[in-house]
Design a protein. Structure first.
Length: 591
């Protein structure tokens, strides 16, 4: 076993060392048996890569912002939070210094860089939390290689087109008549077609949230301000009547259930004291509304001014600032409460859903035993299956995946704005499996969560099987995608973006990693596929978006994207409220 160095490393950081039996330094340690005693202080200098303050590098300290957004500033564990309004990453709230990719500056207007201060949300909006803001910068340069051939995709069904007529602007009148814009005018050979597009609804001058984007085999559904819209995926015509809420939408489930349903939360009123507590079940295919429920307040300092929601099987988990309530998503019936526990005590701080239900708790606020704990809960009963205790000073920020569980944590260096970082993979039984040992400046596309944690707010990361795929941050030119083994934390391979714009992983499909390449000021974005096995990982272009609509693709302050059945879907997640120009809400691209 490698021993900790006697002196701090000089420059950069090396791979993490094997932690000593029983823990004692650096990142996560195997917890003792229940009840867990306080974690001891480090016995020696922590190992680089998981515990030692970093030199300028991936998550360790102040850097130029990266493409998506930034996570929250770590605050005192367990302190009563004053929840802010719900919003997706990059929704325009004032920014604070943060983590991977570092402190951002408020995005400026008129930038030709699509992600300058504009976070990207992939497939679904980030889990709703209190006051999520941010936006890091992807600096780009150069032009697309317009001579690159466009590879034909044979695995995916060919999407239906809308002919050569101007596409439907979203008012339900077919081709839109005189009001329609021909977004395909000037389309070049090999470029995709805008199958349909939608205009954004009116929003307040201060702007409004447009969270979520859900795609089924029949419908594309989008939330914006007070409304929920459903469109046919083939032609963009309304699939069902718009669902309007009396007050603004404040939270959504980022994923849908197995039978294509979501839960939307709206405010109880329009005053400053209004609560985000009105739940509504909606069928994405039919637009039918199901059960409704009102989320109760918790104890003192545990209100529902804002909430976060996640799904795990048939369980809907609604998180407050210091507790949570589980509901049966099929009926709306309350199942159980997640409350403080232990002698520390430990307050539930955030939840992550999916194939499993993960809880992060903040324990021993302000005391000598202050630490974070990660638990897996039984979605049906709320009973903890296992608990993993992090060493003192480490704050669990994000879950890159829940099955397998991959956790990102940080530790702030005392008296400095620098942070150490750790990415750890866990077994199904909650044991530490591996820790990432790659010396790199990653940018996993995390939005800010200043007043509450947003465990599932990193959208520029993919975990499939035993492999973690992360994009590097690019300050100039192209970035790279790095494949990392979860078995040992080591790099498997890396591949550069095909052009001078950054590349973002979306999903693994048919043995290939599907990624989105940013648009530039004079070229649309593109969808590419990289083989995940073998020696060749060169990206092949599946779809090149039209140059004619690059300005629209660039113009969203923050965006949601998805690749489904050979179509590329793009929508804004923040309305600017500018009445002088009609902004777009959503576009669908195909061939």
């Amino acid at each position: 076993m490698t021993q900790p160095p006697s002196q701090p490393p000089q420059g950069g950081f090396g791979p993490p060392q094997d932690p000593p039996p029983g823990g004692g330094f650096g990142p996560p340690q195997t917890p003792p048996q229940t009840p867990p005693p306080p974690q001891g202080t480090p016995s020696g200098p922590p190992q680089p890569g998981y515990g030692y303050p970093q030199q300028p590098g991936p998550y360790g300290q102040t850097q130029q912002p990266g493409p998506y957004g930034q996570p929250q500033q770590p605050g005192p564990y367990g302190q009563p939070q004053q929840p802010g309004p719900y919003g997706q990453p990059g929704y325009g709230y004032p920014q604070q210094p943060g983590f991977p990719g570092a402190p951002g500056t408020p995005p400026g207007g008129g930038s030709r860089n699509p992600f300058k201060g504009k976070p990207l949300l992939i497939a679904a909006a980030a889990v709703a939390v209190a006051l999520v803001v941010g936006g890091t910068v992807w600096a780009v340069s150069g032009d697309d290689d317009k001579k690159e051939p466009v590879a034909q995709q044979t695995e995916d069904p060919k999407p239906g087109g809308s002919g050569d007529a101007p596409v439907n602007p979203g008012d339900g009148s077919g081709d839109g008549g005189e009001e329609a814009e021909d977004l395909n005018e000037g389309r070049q050979a090999g470029e995709s077609k805008v199958l349909w597009y939608k205009e954004a609804p009116d929003a307040p001058g201060s702007g409004a949230d447009a969270p979520g984007q859900w795609i089924t085999d029949r419908t594309a559904v989008k939330a914006a301000y007070k409304d929920l819209y459903g469109y046919n995926v083939s032609d963009g015509k309304p699939a069902w009547d718009t669902i309007s809420f009396p007050h603004k939408i404040c939270a959504v489930t980022p994923e849908k259930t197995a039978d294509n349903k979501i839960v939307v939360a709206s405010m109880s009123g329009s005053s400053d004291s209004a609560k985000c507590n009105q739940l509504q079940l909606v069928d994405l295919v039919t637009g039918e509304k199901g059960w409704t429920q009102e989320v109760a307040d918790g104890e003192l300092f545990d209100s529902v001014l804002s909430i976060e929601m996640s799904l795990a099987g048939n369980t809907l988990m609604v998180g407050r600032s210091q507790s949570g309530t589980a509901y049966d998503v099929r009926t709306g019936k309350k199942l159980w409460d997640s409350k403080r526990y232990g002698n520390a005590p430990c307050f539930p701080a955030a939840f992550a859903g999916g194939e499993r239900l993960i809880q992060v708790a903040s324990c021993g606020a302000g005391g000598t035993n202050a630490h974070d704990e990660v638990r897996e809960l039984d979605p049906a009963t709320g009973k903890a299956k296992w608990t993993y205790q992090y060493a003192k000073g480490w704050r669990v920020e994000r879950t890159f995946s829940v099955d397998p569980l991959v956790v990102y944590a940080t530790k702030e260096e005392e008296g400095s704005d620098k942070k150490s970082w750790n990415i750890a993979a866990f077994t199904a039984a909650g044991k530490l499996r591996s820790q990432v040992a790659v010396d790199e400046n990653f940018d996993p596309g995390c939005g800010w969560a200043i007043l509450a944690r947003d465990l599932q707010g990193c959208e520029g990361v993919v975990v499939e099987g035993d492999t973690l795929y992360l994009p590097t941050a690019a300050t100039t030119g192209a970035n790279e995608l790095v494949a990392i083994s979860l078995a040992n934390g080591k790099e498997l391979w890396r591949e550069s973006s095909p052009v001078e714009e950054s590349m973002v992983p979306m999903k693994v499909e048919g043995g290939k990693l599907v990624a989105y390449v940013e648009p530039s000021y004079d070229a649309g974005g593109r969808v590419v596929a990289l083989p995940v096995s073998g020696a060749n990982h060169k990206p092949a272009t599946l779809m090149q978006n039209p140059q004619a609509v690059a300005d629209i693709e660039n113009g969203f302050f923050s965006k949601a994207i998805d690749w489904v059945d050979g179509r590329f879907y793009l929508s804004t997640t923040r309305l600017n409220g500018n009445d002088d120009a009609k902004e777009k809400l959503m576009l669908a691209y195909g061939k």
